[in-house]
Design a binder for this molecule. Structure first.
Ligand SMILES: [Zn+2]
Ligand SMILES: [Zn+2]
Length: 381
């Protein structure tokens, strides 16, 4: 009989080749000037936060030296494994939704259709928590690409926390570091640093997808360096401090709605709770996780590049459709503070539509979108 105490060490051993790696090539220097990345809507803009204090996250001299290692130079570790406690938590966060997904497939195979109420539960929960990450964690908190009223800002934060993609402060800190060092030494989740050849490419993909979550990049983020502005936001710090409560709510809510569905349809209540937990909880989290992780892995390996950037970011239609517009990732790396990632009329970006709708309702302002001239200056012909 497989028990969790058996599964975790085995899973840890399986993941190990993917989380320990050596830097074998340096794609680009990392001392990029992110303080004046772009001018948006005619304003001079800063990459992080409203404070404009971008100085605090510019790479230190020693880090610059690391990033400028010539290709084929001394090998440097890409990452270090996190301690066993953090590894166990993250392995559970990766494996439990996957097991839920397998249980869902088994359910459909043996019992059949889940029913409209549970399908609706998956879709609504996935869209709400997913947009909480894309509109809230990413475009609002990490990049300050628009401003909104405090209650709405709080709403997006809470929706994002329900996605179970980590505490908001850690999420934003890691993501800012990714922009700072994208596809160079120090990037928390580049899939492009494991070397050449098929096996190394597979290792890199897996590391960029979720292997990096088992490293110190995730377990020891430098919050005071990367998110000093967000640490001033009292409500955000409160959401962050009680993050595990949001994890609990994220599963308790669908289980409770499942009980209600069962009660209305005359089924046993325990069955409704379990089905709510399965579809609105584990399967929904599984979908959200892998779609977000694909932005880090797939969108740095497969797709088209429309704009010049110092990394290998790509635009990928499938990731954009599933990821609420985040798959226009090359556009995003070229213009990080833009609230709009789908920059062409046909590049569907549902997160941008949500921000645009907020603007039309008078609920969002200071929305940053690059001007035609700025777009043209970076365009690849
Ligand atoms: Zn990226
Ligand atoms: Zn970003």
């Amino acid at each position: 009989m497989w028990r969790i105490s058996t599964i975790l060490p085995v899973a840890g051993a399986v993941f190990r080749p993917f989380i320990k790696g050596k830097q074998t090539l340096s794609l680009a220097p990392i001392n990029r000037d992110l303080t004046s990345e772009e001018t948006v809507s005619g304003e001079t803009d800063v990459a992080w936060g409203a404070s404009g204090d971008a100085q605090s996250i510019v790479a230190t001299d020693s880090e610059k030296a690391d990033g400028n290692l010539p290709a084929g130079g001394p090998e440097e570790p890409i990452s270090e494994p996190a301690d066993w406690f953090n590894r166990t938590i993250m392995l559970t966060a990766i494996i439990a939704p996957f097991l839920g997904f397998l249980a869902g497939v088994y359910y459909c195979w043996t019992i059949g259709w889940m029913g409209w109420p549970f399908l609706a539960m998956i879709v609504v929960a996935w869209c709400m928590s997913g947009m909480g990450v894309t509109v809230g964690f990413h475009r609002l908190l990490t990049h300050s690409s628009f401003e909104t009223y405090k209650p709405l800002r709080a709403f997006w934060m809470m929706m994002g926390a329900l996605s179970i993609e980590g505490s908001p402060l850690v999420w934003c800190a890691v993501h800012r570091k990714h922009h700072q060092r994208s596809d160079a030494l120090g990037d928390p989740h580049s899939p492009n640093l494991h070397g050449k050849g098929l096996w190394n490419t597979i290792r890199g993909f897996f590391y960029g997808h979720c292997g990096w979550l088992l490293t110190t990049h995730w377990s020891k983020p430098d919050l005071s360096r990367y998110v000093p502005d967000l640490l001033q936001d009292k409500f955000l710090v409160w959401v962050d401090r009680f993050y595990y409560l949001w994890v609990l709510i994220s599963f308790a809510m669908p289980a409770s709605i499942g009980v209600l569905i069962a009660w209305l349809s005359g089924d046993p209540l325990w069955k409704g709770a379990l089905l709510g937990l399965l579809w609105g909880g584990l399967v929904r989290v599984f979908m959200g996780h892998h779609i977000t992780w694909s932005i880090n892995s797939v969108c740095h390996m497969f797709g088209k590049r429309d704009y010049q950037t110092n990394d290998k970011s790509t635009n990928n239609l499938v990731c954009a459709l599933l990821g609420f517009g985040e798959g226009w990732h090359n556009n995003h790396h070229a213009f990080p503070t833009s609230a709009r990632h789908g920059l062409r009329w046909w590049q569907i970006d549902t997160s941008w539509l949500a921000i645009y709708a907020m603007k039309k309702l008078g609920l969002a302002w200071d929305i940053k979108v690059p001007s035609r001239e700025i777009l043209a200056a970076k365009e690849i012909h």
